[in-house]
Design a protein around this ligand. Structure first.
Ligand code: NAP
Length: 487
């Protein structure tokens, strides 16, 4: 049970959409039942589906049963949660349709209000404007923005400026759900609460870093959305950049939101801007063609119904350099793709090799130490160290072993990333959310690459679904005498 129950009104715009049912409602159900929400708090679904309160509750119940990952559905718990559920019918573009929401919120004008915009970004400005004109935005209001925030720096400015007309930056929570994962937060815990890593975490001791976010799924019915964005905008500019920041940032002076975000933004500003020749040498973009995953044939990106030609990339590989003292000469290799051989999100810190081996004939078998942080499919952290193989062999035999660094504490319920993030929003803690200058800096760097691709500086490669991407990605890292961890 939590020590403090929050009393607030949470309105989910787009409340009958995929994200709301798959992630937000299960997260709120858990938070409510764990006692983080005062029982008088209200969870208001704004939808254009015309339905009664009872019909809405039945639908939420059905979806919870479908999406609660851990058999967490219990009738008794739902009866409690149901008391917090409300539904209002809203067409985002029709001001008059907000009347029901206005009446509901005005019952408690002093309450903290959370507006979760689980909608396409085209609606962010309209919703904020209408809410403000109806007097529903107060200093106690917060607004949550889902990705994607624009397709480039310019369109991101348009979206953010619209929201900033009605909300102060301190009231805006830009979600990157990767930051809600326990293991991602553990990167900070490992780095900044263990003396052991402190002297090793720089160019003197680290050879290079690999960050991979691979999905085996394709675009799953979201072709229209995905085709507008592609892997660079959908994954790299936000998720991979945030992971890179946590690995590369300097220790913040405290854990408060701005201290952490100040350090992250310094990393983003230190990313080396790519020249045309860098784009040729250090970037790979590719699209999957048909192939097979786990022995099952899957179509290519362009093989679906109503699909025309498209040059949208479903795979990206990059060598990224950070121009600061700590990381001088340490490449960060980033990869992300759809329809890869397996689902796998991993950060691997490759330490430098030992300067001299005393183990006769064993030198070539000594692998460098690695810190492996896995985010998906299962969260884990281990340190790869060399160890002696037990036995009496004449020469000492060595072998890499994995020293697990996972928290041994067993918890009854492992919170999903959205649970962590929603609770932080409820508590008004913006540490894990992207500040505007972070979004700007990430776009500024990514735009140069995207513009270069737009000019066809490098061709779009192809890879078969079910593989680890095109051979060009292997060459990208092989040119530096290194290889991807899975090779
Ligand atoms: P979605 O399933 O299409 O949901 C959007 C909701 O908005 C739908 O319920 C839709 O209602 C409603 N809506 C659209 N136009 C409206 C209008 N004019 N008036 C009132 N309601 C309207 O999309 P989603 O997958 O939930 O995604 C929501 C946002 O989160 C998007 O920005 C997406 O990029 C982002 N996101 C989603 C995921 C995910 O896993 N789904 C992950 C990360 C980020 P109808 O059902 O009536 O059309």
């Amino acid at each position: 049970m939590s020590e403090l129950k929050s009393l607030c009104d949470i309105t989910i715009f787009g409340g009958h959409g995929d994200l709301a049912f798959r992630k937000l409602m299960p997260a709120l159900y858990h938070l409510s039942n764990a006692g983080y929400l005062d029982e008088k708090s209200r969870i208001i679904t704004a939808t254009r589906d015309s339905m009664s309160h009872e019909e809405h509750c039945d639908l939420v119940k059905l979806k919870l049963k479908e999406f609660l990952s851990d058999d967490g559905f219990e009738e008794e718990k739902f009866s409690y949660f149901k008391k917090q559920l409300h539904v209002v019918i809203i067409e985002f573009n029709a001001d008059e349709s907000y009347k029901g929401l206005q009446d509901l919120l005005n019952e408690y004008p002093q309450r903290e209000r959370i507006n979760y915009l689980s909608t396409a970004p085209d609606f962010f400005g309209t919703i904020c404007k209408t809410m403000s004109h109806l007097g529903l935005v107060s200093p106690q209001s917060r607004v949550v923005l889902e990705k994607p925030i624009g397709r480039n720096l310019q369109s991101s400015h348009v979206i953010n400026d619209e929201v900033l007309n009605y909300f102060d930056e301190s009231q805006i929570y830009r979600i990157d759900h990767y930051l809600g994962k326990d293991t991602v937060q553990n990167i900070m815990a490992l780095r900044f609460s263990n003396r052991f890593f402190m002297p090793l975490w720089d160019a003197n001791h680290i050879d290079h870093i690999q960050i991979t976010v691979a999905e085996s799924v394709g675009v799953e019915g979201r072709w229209g959305y995905y085709n507008e964005y592609g892997a660079m905008r959908d994954m790299v500019q936000n998720h991979l950049m945030q992971l890179l920041c946590l690995v590369a940032m300097e220790p913040p002076c405290s854990l408060d939101a701005d201290s952490v975000r100040d350090e992250k933004v310094k990393v983003l500003r230190s990313l080396r801007t790519m020249t045309h020749s860098d784009i040729k040498e250090k970037t790979v973009r590719a699209q999957y063609s048909k192939g097979s995953i786990d022995g099952i044939p899957v179509p290519g990106y362009l093989d679906g119904d109503n699909v025309n030609t498209s040059t949208t990339e479903t795979f990206v590989a990059l060598r990224v350099d950070i121009d600061n003292w700590r990381w001088n000469g340490v490449p960060f290799y980033l990869r992300s793709g759809k329809r890869m051989s397996r689902q796998n999100s991993e950060i691997i810190i490759h330490f430098k090799s030992i300067p001299h081996s005393i183990f006769v004939n064993q030198g070539k078998f000594i692998s460098e130490n690695k810190l492996v942080i896995t985010l998906q499919p299962n969260e884990s952290i281990y340190l790869e160290l060399m160890n002696k193989v037990p036995g009496l062999s004449e020469q000492m035999l060595l072998k890499p072993v994995e020293l697990e660094l996972n928290t041994p504490l067993k918890v009854a319920h492992k919170p999903d990333a959205y649970e962590r993030l929603l609770l932080d929003i409820i508590r008004a803690n913006p540490t894990l959310f992207m500040r505007l200058d972070e979004v700007d800096a990430a776009w500024k760097w990514a735009d140069v690459i995207l513009d270069g691709w737009e000019e066809d500086i490098i061709p779009l490669k192809s890879y078969s679904a079910g593989t680890d991407g095109p051979s060009a990605a292997v060459q990208l890292i092989a040119r530096d005498g290194r290889s991807w961890q899975d090779e």
